[in-house]
Ligand binder design. Structure first.
Ligand code: C5P
Length: 232
């Protein structure tokens, strides 16, 4: 898969999601389904979006003992999503078990990427609540390396970290980066942001874009603008 724009469908119901997706009569965007929509609507929402011809990043961020994650992944593999994820903090045995669970009998599997440190965790909270006293940058790169060694395909990270992740883990290791805003757009609650063009220049493989598209007056135009800045 090449570079692409992933639209974060952070909606509360199937109805709201389809009202949004129905606007896309041309190119079908790659969509991200998160916990809110998945817990509200269950696996059927994934099947229906897939039936409509979209690629899907199922963002459920699994984190449990290896056996539980393996079994959960072996259920998710049947949903035929394109990308799914877990927390690297679950450690390498959990990540290896996840790959085993996700791999189908024919050897194929969705791409599996890891969350390193959440962007809501900063140096201070990491030291205070997690008792991790290394620089956060070093922790993120260590988790990325660990994910790579476990056989994962990439990480979710800030676009500001994408270049370094590629330097540490190789160009083929995918960086999926939220925190994207248009140069003339609202930043909202995102703190460290980058434009689609800057994310492209720095080597992000996929950008995850929510409100700049979902809350735009013309979501299709906003999506096309993202694609033209990031992909074309
Ligand atoms: O609306 P916005 O463009 O900020 O949406 C970004 C999406 O990426 C949301 O679904 C958010 O939960 C997700 N995300 C993020 N930062 C992370 C990981 C995921 O913004 N570190």
């Amino acid at each position: 898969m090449g570079k692409d724009v992933i639209v974060a469908c952070d909606f509360k119901s199937a109805e709201d999601t389809f009202a949004f997706l129905d606007k896309f009569t041309g190119r079908k965007p790659f969509v991200k389904i998160g916990m809110e929509l998945f817990y509200a609507e269950g696996p059927e929402i994934v099947r229906e979006i897939k039936r409509r011809g979209h690629k899907i990043f199922l963002d459920l961020k699994l984190h449990d003992i290896p056996n539980t994650v393996k079994k959960a992944m072996s259920v998710l593999r049947n949903l035929d999503v394109d990308i799914t994820n877990l927390h690297a903090a679950g450690t390498r045995p959990m990540m290896e078990a996840a790959i085993e669970g996700l791999t189908r009998e024919d050897g194929s599997r969705p791409l599996l990427i890891a969350v390193t440190q959440l962007t809501s965790t900063d140096q201070e909270t990491m030291e205070r609540d997690l008792l991790i006293e290394k620089p956060i940058d070093e922790v993120v790169m260590h988790y990325a390396k660990s994910a790579k060694e476990a056989g994962l395909d990439g990480v979710v990270c800030s676009p500001l970290e994408a270049e370094k992740v590629h330097n540490v883990c190789g160009r083929e290791f995918l960086t999926v980066t939220p925190g994207v805003r248009f140069a003339d757009g609202d930043v909202g609650d995102q703190k460290r942001v980058m434009t689609p063009a800057a994310a492209k220049a720095i080597g992000s493989d996929y950008i995850v874009v929510g409100r700049p598209i979902t809350a735009a007056g013309d979501p299709v135009a906003a999506y096309e603008r993202c694609v033209s800045e990031f992909v074309d």
